[in-house]
Design a protein. Structure first.
Length: 668
């Protein structure tokens, strides 16, 4: 793997940008004209961003997972690179010691990073991380661990057998989206893996599909269970929206998704009529009962099943008569009471839109509230995206659903509606730390609804559009992240209104709406990968003949306005054709930086790629920031997007405070 510190715009080898806070260039705010937007010039003078607004003092404390240290070691040319977690409730003064083969390597505890390079380590070394100075009896040893031979953890997968569709056409399986949760309460994550058949279809296309399967695996490759969704759940990006989270707070996660007659749990229990087949001659499922089922995460067995709300009713009532818009589903996890996670499952976003939320109480699904655009008003129709954000946008301690161009409050009432219409990508976070609260960056499909705005940057609490990017047709790709240290806050980019999707030509904007460049990185995923606070670009080298891409990670070079390759994950593949998504992106192993999860090219294993670049930045695990964690939970939903934390993470950031959380299964 290339060392990112060797890029021309990075610090010298062996150096990284200093720990928080980091100085950044200052900029004057600029209004963005609809046309003729001037290119912005970076101010050469030093400065620092304004301090973020104080968090709302709601007194609410959120439930999070009781995680272990997730230590990881990788054998490199320089020795063994190690990393481990700093947890959400760790004291700021916590220190760590590294023990190799029973010998203490760090007599002085490490307190400025959660990484260590052991130049004398070998493939046969065994390590233990000791926690010191955390108080309350929390000083303890991690489990022993040994170095990986490569920069990824391989997890063996049980690939489903090939099949033949109802019309006699053969199909095979590939590993698609993944999720993670602590299913058995041991403090370590398990992988929940979605399998897609090769004949999976978009809702707009006819055709039979093979069955969808959901598996669970421990990190050592032990298969826990498999659920077969059955013939009456069609395969495709918009049909199965899977949530894995500890909804009842017992320290063990559950898994929930839409089911139908013939869905079979891990113990062989069948929902409804096992012999029912509601598929039409075009391969759609437009009749028959629909359910929402929550499964025990440890066993894969049914806990509770309820009718899916809303029912499909008349197919034509959702915008067409052949089955495209009626089966557009989304899902998300939100802390609607500010303390406990609830689940949301929806139907429709092109026309009628319905969101229904549930709590899991004593093993049963209890409906919390229902939002229906038929009741709320016609103005709320057609505002949803192929994805969504979940965030406390109004700083009351409770989450809202940023449902595309509208936002639904924690109590199920509309918070606001921008009326900008449907889009393919949305991002919500503290994108401009000089402003109080959060911002949302979204791209738009309907130029008549958006007023020829291809993308907008808005106040997430009010919907006020702060600046926009002009376009005259569907702008299908957009992303945001701090990739240029000359400009404070998060840079945002979208393909130009006259450019092809995934083009490198578009608009790169500062957080203040100044146009930095017409050259952009891939508008796909971003990840914190190397040693500094900037986010890197996750994309792929797409092979049209193979139908998938080889995953890549690159650094945006603001001097050359191009991307410098850091990693090419040879032997792995991306998902969802040209979208080039990872199966999952999250802070899974080692320090606060993110891991990228991709299946091998033949889907016989899942690979969790982890960074070995040095860093002197120490942050608590992002998985104990509830906004980031709920962002990870919805990565299996629709056109998945990368997660964002509740605080600004980038050049010039202020050190985030200890999160207001408690560990599931523990007293508050």
């Amino acid at each position: 793997m290339a060392n990112p510190s060797m890029c021309s715009h990075n610090p010298a080898p062996g150096k990284t940008r200093k720990a928080l806070p980091v100085a950044a260039a200052t900029l004057a705010a600029a209004a963005l004209a609809f046309t003729g937007i001037p290119l912005a010039a970076a101010s050469p003078g030093p400065g620092s961003p304004a301090a973020p607004a104080a968090p709302a003092k709601s007194g609410l404390t959120r439930q999070v997972e009781n995680l272990d240290r997730a230590p990881v070691a990788v054998l490199t040319d320089q020795g063994v690179s190690l990393g481990w977690r700093m947890l959400g409730l760790d004291k700021d003064s916590i220190g760590f010691q590294v023990i190799r083969d029973g010998v203490l390597l760090t007599p002085q505890p490490i307190r400025d990073t959660t990484t260590y390079l052991d130049p004398s380590g070998t493939a046969d070394s065994t390590y233990v991380i000791k926690t010191v100075g955390n108080g309350n009896g929390q000083d303890k040893l991690s489990a022993a661990f040994s170095p990986l031979a490569q920069n990824y953890l391989p997890i063996k997968l049980d690939k489903p057998a090939d099949g033949v569709s109802k019309d006699g056409k053969p199909y095979s399986y590939s590993a698609n989206d993944s999720s993670v949760a602590d299913l058995d309460g041991d403090g370590a994550y398990e992988i929940i893996q979605l399998w897609n058949p090769s004949n999976a279809q978009d809702n707009s296309k006819s055709g039979y599909t093979g069955n969808v399967y959901v598996d669970a695996y421990k990190m050592d490759g032990t298969k826990l269970w498999r659920i077969d969704l059955g013939r009456n759940i069609r395969a495709g990006a918009h049909y199965t929206q899977m949530l894995a989270y500890d909804f009842d707070g017992d320290g063990k996660a559950e898994v929930a998704f839409k089911t139908a007659d013939g869905t079979t749990d891990a113990a062989g229990t069948v929902i409804g009529d096992a012999a029912a087949d509601y598929r039409t001659s075009a391969g759609y499922v437009l009749s028959g009962p629909e359910f929402l089922t929550v499964f025990n995460g440890a066993s894969g067995t049914i806990m509770d099943t309820v009718p899916y709300d809303p029912p499909r009713g008349a197919v034509s009532a959702w915008g067409d008569n052949y089955g495209n818009r009626v089966d557009r589903f989304l899902a998300g996890v939100a802390y609607l009471d500010g303390e406990h996670p609830s689940m949301m499952f929806s139907r429709g976003y092109y026309t009628r839109t319905v969101l229904v939320t549930y709590d899991l109480v004593d093993g049963k699904l209890e409906k919390r509230w229902k939002f229906d655009s038929d009741v709320a008003g016609a103005e709320y129709k057609g505002q949803g995206n192929h994805n969504l954000s979940v965030a406390d946008v109004d700083s009351d301690g409770k989450d809202e659903f940023v449902f595309g161009s509208m936002t639904i409050d924690d109590d199920g009432t509309p918070l606001y509606n921008t009326k900008l219409g449907h889009g393919d990508a949305i991002h919500t976070g503290d994108l401009d730390p000089s402003r109080p609260g959060l911002e949302t960056f979204a791209v738009h499909e309907s130029m008549s609804q958006s007023g020829n705005r291809g993308a907008t940057f808005r106040d997430a609490a009010t919907g006020e559009v702060l600046w926009s990017i002009p376009a005259f047709k569907d702008t299908g790709r957009g992303a945001t992240g701090d990739i240029d240290p000359r400009f404070p806050g998060s840079e945002s980019w979208a393909v130009g209104g006259d450019a092809a999707w995934n083009s490198t030509v578009g608009y790169l904007m500062s957080a203040k709406g100044e146009r930095i460049s017409e050259k952009i990185p891939a508008a796909n995923f971003m990840a914190w990968w190397d040693g500094d606070l900037l986010r890197e670009i996750v994309d792929h080298d797409f092979d049209a003949e193979a139908g998938y891409g080889v995953p890549t990670i690159s650094k945006w070079n603001w001097e050359t306005e191009s991307s410098d390759r850091l990693l090419t994950a040879t032997g792995a593949r991306t998902n969802n054709y040209t979208k080039g998504n990872p199966s999952l992106q999250a802070d899974l192993l080692g320090d606060w930086r993110e891991e990228l999860v991709f299946p091998s090219a033949d889907s016989t294993e899942l690979r969790i790629y982890t960074s070995t670049s040095p860093t002197d930045v120490r942050l608590r695990t992002l998985m104990h920031d509830p906004m980031y964690r709920t962002g990870v939970a919805r990565e299996t939903v629709g056109y998945n997007q990368p997660p964002h934390p509740s605080f600004f993470l980038g050049e010039g950031m202020q050190a985030p405070a200890m999160p207001a959380v408690y560990y599931a299964g523990k007293a508050k």
